[in-house]
Write a protein that binds this ligand. Structure first.
Ligand code: FSX
Length: 365
């Protein structure tokens, strides 16, 4: 087996200088929500990190997760990190098919036993022996068990893999379950979202490359650096919420003025994800910025919770009564602001930045 390249060798091959590499490390540190003082340590770790094998399994899903990743504009940080991994198996992206594809998976598992990463998108059907979804003549369940056996860690990508998602919604005809219900003896990190944010996927991979372990997780197994804060807490419309200014319909004066979308069913207060900071399409926008409330797609059971256009106080849920109380009280600024500070979650300090290869090369001049 040829010795895998280190990350710095890989970047040098792409014309990125040492100075560019250090800038890359500073941005990676920021993306992982680590203090800037850790950048030199990140650089030291990444200098020697070798290109790890990644086996990506797709089960019951809509391919939105892969779409999300591949739609990320290039060349960005996530591309650099993703290209650096050896993506040895991926149904949608691999050139090989049939027996050759399965051979690639088996070879990667054998040559990198105990060291490779497994990414899974989609839920796994277990009803009736798992007959409802098969690949290469075996059930998804069997493929997961086979592949995870020699893995170092597993990344569940998307809400289907993390929590069951749409396939698990009532009445769950295939008996769909998430990865964490089947994999108990390996570290599992959940990158939820339907689909998940590409830079969150690459951020988790960058963390693994740097530290050789998965990042700190919240109660649902999601990386705290990206899921430690609610959409509501980081929403640019939050000042309107605090003042009690709400859009009542999607085309009223409040909507035109960008007021809070809480009364139109926004699930930002109960949803933990990085959409309000990282945004989508190279930081261009996110649903709330486009005038639509958050659906809460990164939370467990969001499909069955329903009520997409009903406010949280209508029985869909609330954060310690924050939203309900704010509206009931006419959302007096003091009350709402005071209650809003009672967020239960640890707040990671996010400072996400986008970087391109051109940026890194520019840093040489
Ligand atoms: Fe699920 Fe992903 Fe939603 Fe779709 O792979 S998280 S239905 S975006 O595709 O699994």
């Amino acid at each position: 087996m040829t010795k895998a390249k280190t990350l710095i060798e890989h970047l040098e091959q792409q014309g990125i200088s040492r100075r560019g590499f250090l800038k890359f490390c500073a941005l990676t540190t920021s993306m992982m929500a680590l203090p800037p003082s850790m950048a030199p340590g990140v650089a030291r770790a990444l200098e020697t990190a070798r290109r790890p094998s990644l086996i990506w399994l797709s089960f019951q899903e809509c391919t939105g997760c892969t779409e999300s990743l591949t739609r990320s504009h290039s060349p960005t940080l996530e591309n650099i990190i993703f290209n650096y991994l050896s993506l040895d198996y991926h149904h949608t992206l691999q050139a090989a098919s049939g027996e050759a594809a399965e051979q690639a998976r088996e070879t990667a598992m054998k040559e990198n036993h105990g060291q490779y990463l497994v990414a899974v998108d989609g839920s796994i059907p277990v009803k009736d022996g798992g007959v409802y979804s098969t690949i290469a003549g075996i059930s998804n369940l069997e493929m997961l068990q086979q592949t995870v056996e020699g893995a170092a860690a597993v990344v569940a990508i998307g809400t289907c893999a993390a929590f069951g998602g749409l396939p698990r919604a009532h009445p769950n005809p295939t008996g769909a379950v998430p990865v964490q219900e089947l994999v108990r003896d390996k570290p599992v990190v959940n990158v939820s979202g339907c689909p998940p944010i590409p830079v969150v996927i690459s951020g988790v991979l960058a963390h693994y490359l740097t530290f050789g372990r998965i990042p700190d997780l919240d109660d649902y197994g999601r990386p705290l650096s990206f899921f430690g804060t609610s959409i509501h807490d980081r929403c640019y419309r939050r000042p309107y919420y605090n003042k009690g200014l709400f859009a009542e319909t999607f085309d009223d004066e409040g909507a035109r003025k960008g007021w809070c979308l809480y009364k139109l069913g926004c699930k930002g207060p109960t949803t933990y994800n990085a959409c309000a900071t990282v945004k989508w399409n190279q930081g261009t926008s996110f649903p709330i910025q486009a005038g639509h409330g958050c659906f809460g797609c990164s939370e467990p059971d969001f499909w069955d919770a329903g009520g997409f256009y009903q406010p949280l106080s209508a029985g869909i849920g609330s954060v310690g009564g924050v939203a309900a109380v704010a509206v009931a009280a006419g959302a007096g600024a003091g009350i709402a602001a005071g209650l809003a500070q009672q967020s239960q979650r640890k707040h990671a300090q996010l400072q996400h930045e986008k970087v391109t290869v051109a940026d890194l090369k520019e840093s040489e001049s």
